[in-house]
Design a protein. Structure first.
Length: 290
């Protein structure tokens, strides 16, 4: 019964694989819940910060702050690609890399010199594979990104932008919409965009500003940029866990289907073997009687 033993080995192997994928699904579900809580907690602060900047914004003030500088043409830009450190998340990293590749192609097609920055080992591995130089790489980011992590990524880029070495900074990250929807998104964090006419918080309000609007904007603009990068990091972390949960659930379901098929095949083979043995015994008994 060599075939039966082979099938039993395959059944055992698939059962072990299903245990692993089911465990990973449960872990990803737990991590996703905490990551979604961080995304939810980050949104009110970002909205309030955006509202204050929109209320303080004016053309006169914008001319005084380098982070609000709107270059007439982009000559040099930075693209920050945010990926995960681990795989087993379906097409999560592939979609992010594709979005970054398209953005870089669009910018270079307009004659913009693009420097690449990467967060996560998967993105670093891609740029290494295509033999593209990476200006900076952050590969030690945990599943719980902090404001300090965001500062470490964007502070040097802000300094380059203020010095005129960069005309724009883009961040490609995953947007968490739901557990089943985590599309890639490109976000321009520099220069800080002027509020759209009619947008929420864009109207001037009667505030008493202390010490002055200039001092407040000077403090808030860097915080606004850091917060935008922080939100990109926490949304990517939540999206990664959601994608891994979905991938592991699909793998578990596929393993269950494969187990059912293998068990049916094993039972049929075992039944056929028993039937053959009975037939041989009956045939042997009939031969002895004859």
């Amino acid at each position: 019964m060599a075939k039966g033993r082979e099938l039993k080995g395959r059944i055992k192997s698939v059962e072990n694989t299903r245990k692993i994928t089911r465990t990973m699904e449960m872990v990803a579900t737990s991590k996703m819940k905490r990551a979604v809580d961080r995304v939810t907690a980050a949104r009110p602060y970002a909205e309030a910060l955006s509202g204050v900047i929109s209320s303080l914004y004016s053309e006169e003030l914008a001319a005084r702050y380098p982070l609000l500088r709107q270059p007439e043409t982009q000559r040099r830009a930075a693209v920050v690609l945010v990926t995960s450190n681990r795989g087993l998340a379906g097409a999560f990293n592939a979609n992010l890399i594709k979005e970054a590749r398209n953005l870089i192609a669009e910018l270079e097609g307009r004659g913009v010199a693009v420097e690449a920055h990467v967060v996560g080992r998967k993105g670093a591995g891609y740029f290494r594979y295509v033999n593209r130089t990476v200006r900076s790489a952050k590969l030690d980011l945990s599943d719980r990104p902090t404001a300090v992590d965001a500062s470490g990524i964007v502070d040097a880029l802000m300094a380059d932008f203020v010095a005129g070495a960069l005309d724009a900074v883009y961040v490609v990250h995953a947007s968490f919409r739901s557990a089943l929807s985590t599309p890639p998104q490109r976000l321009q964090v520099l220069p800080v965009a002027a509020p759209a006419p009619g947008a929420a918080g864009a109207t001037q309000r009667d505030y008493l500003l202390y010490p002055s609007a200039e001092a407040i904007l000077g403090e808030l603009l860097p915080s606004y940029v850091r917060n935008a990068v922080y939100r990109a990091l926490v949304e990517s972390a939540a999206a990664e866990q959601a994608a891994r949960r979905t991938a592991m659930k699909n793998a578990t379901d596929n393993a269950s289907e494969m187990l059912n098929l293998l068990r049916r095949t094993y039972n049929r083979a075992r039944q056929a073997n028993i039937t053959q043995e009975i037939a041989e015994i009956v045939g042997g008994a009939a031969a002895l009687q004859g």
